[in-house]
Design a protein around this ligand. Structure first.
Ligand SMILES: Nc1ncnc2c1ncn2[C@@H]1O[C@H](COP(=O)(O)OP(=O)(O)O)[C@@H](O)[C@H]1O
Ligand SMILES: [Mg+2]
Length: 370
């Protein structure tokens, strides 16, 4: 049976998640054999972060950062091979996302910096990269791409499920009981909570949401944060740090300097929770099972809030981690890129036009043979 590796580094800029899978005869039978996580050093993170905005000599800095990033990818691949005892010649392909530095589908492009040629050279494995551009070329958003994978592994006939992926940005997949699928980005996931706790407590993230839990949600600040056209926009839609960057928050907080840092954190947590649940209520109000994945699944203040927001007015909606479906929430996106590598290899479409808005099914990614 063929083996694939998936590598994901998302908007949180926390590090690289990798998985090694064995693909079964049917793709629902794919089996995860190993997982590895390599956090970015502060140097790598700083150079990737600095590229989220234009600046001096950025073409050179992009190329250098891509080379640094690929060393982290290669280290992650090495761990996966070691953990499984497999050797490079046994792996059909690596599916690698790259690091998004610009996502502007409205201008016809998205940029994930990467050096897949170097990764193929270092690992001696075929590399498939740049999964988003083809969908955008076909008029789509190029994102989110995970709903097709969610459909494949988490979809269930006769039951409507929603999968919520809470990375730096959040996206939802609505998997209807009849097989129909929708999905879109809902807005910020962890991006503002991470930035705020770094600014005030020098921590990378709010572990378990413990700091946010100690604060009070400031309702007028929350309303001001929610006053953002993206939240009202109809799908297909996708976003990133291009919109939800530090200055967006600074601008929003201008009139709220009297709100204490801990209350701001609680309110940012509520912003993430409410924009997710507003999207679920608007497009899947009949759902009874919600599954959470991405790093935000580890923030119980956030997931408790999502649970309570979905369970008002006599409703009964279960909110659980994808762990209950047998997939660790931290591995879902990397698994999706292993799956996308498989789809490319088999010359099968990787996008869902009804999600991204593309003109049709497209084979995603570009192959760099080793
Ligand atoms: N124990 C935890 N408590 C709270 N938040 C966490 C925890 N672990 C991870 N996270 C959050 O998840 C983020 C990483 O999630 P991830 O799914 O990798 O996002 P991305 O795809 O954007 O990289 C971290 O930046 C952090 O905000
Ligand atoms: Mg990550």
């Amino acid at each position: 049976m063929p083996y694939y590796i998936g590598l994901m580094s998302g908007t949180s800029l926390d590090g690289v998640d990798g998985v090694l899978i064995e693909m079964g005869t049917h793709e629902a039978e794919m089996k995860q054999l190993a997982a590895s996580y390599v956090p970015f050093t502060s140097d790598v993170r700083a150079s990737l972060f600095a590229l989220q905005f234009s600046g001096f000599d950025e073409i050179h800095r992009v190329a250098q950062a891509a080379n640094q990033l690929v060393l982290v990818y290669a280290e992650c691949v090495l761990h996966l091979l070691k953990n499984t005892g497999l050797y490079p010649g046994q792996i059909t392909a690596i599916g690698v996302h790259g690091q998004t530095v610009r996502h502007r589908p409205e201008f016809g492009y998205t940029v994930q910096i990467n050096n897949p040629a170097l990764l193929a050279e270092l690992t001696e494995i075929d590399v498939i990269a740049d999964f988003r551009s083809r969908d955008i070329a076909a008029g789509g958003q190029g994102a989110p791409l995970v709903p097709a994978f969610h459909r494949s592994v988490f979809g269930k006939l006769n039951e409507t499920r929603v999968v919520v992926n809470i990375g730096g940005i959040s996206n939802i997949s609505i998997l209807r009981s009849d097989g129909a699928t929708r999905g879109f980005d809902t807005g910020p996931g962890n991006v503002f909570m991470d930035g705020w706790i770094m600014q005030h407590k020098s921590q990378k993230y709010d572990n378990n949401g413990d700091w946010a839990r100690h604060g009070h949600i400031n309702e007028s600040l929350l309303a001001h944060l929610k006053d953002e056209p993206f939240f009202q926009k109809l799908p297909p839609k996708s976003t990133g740090r291009d919109l939800f960057h530090a200055e967006w928050l600074v601008g929003k907080l201008n009139l709220f300097s009297q709100v204490s840092p801990v209350d701001v954190q609680a309110t940012l947590c509520a912003l993430t929770a409410q924009t997710i649940t507003d999207a679920i209520n608007a497009y899947a109000s009949d759902v009874s099972h919600v599954y959470i994945c991405g790093g935000g699944a580890n923030n119980s203040t956030l997931t408790d809030l999502i649970h309570s927001l979905l369970n008002g007015a006599g409703k009964s909606v279960s909110v659980e981690s994808t762990e209950v479906l047998g997939v660790s929430p931290n591995h879902v996106e990397a698994l999706a890129f292993a799956w996308l590598a498989y789809r490319h290899t088999e010359r099968l479409a990787g996008n869902l036009p009804e999600v991204t808005g593309a003109a049709g099914d497209r084979i995603l990614g570009a192959l760099y043979p080793h």
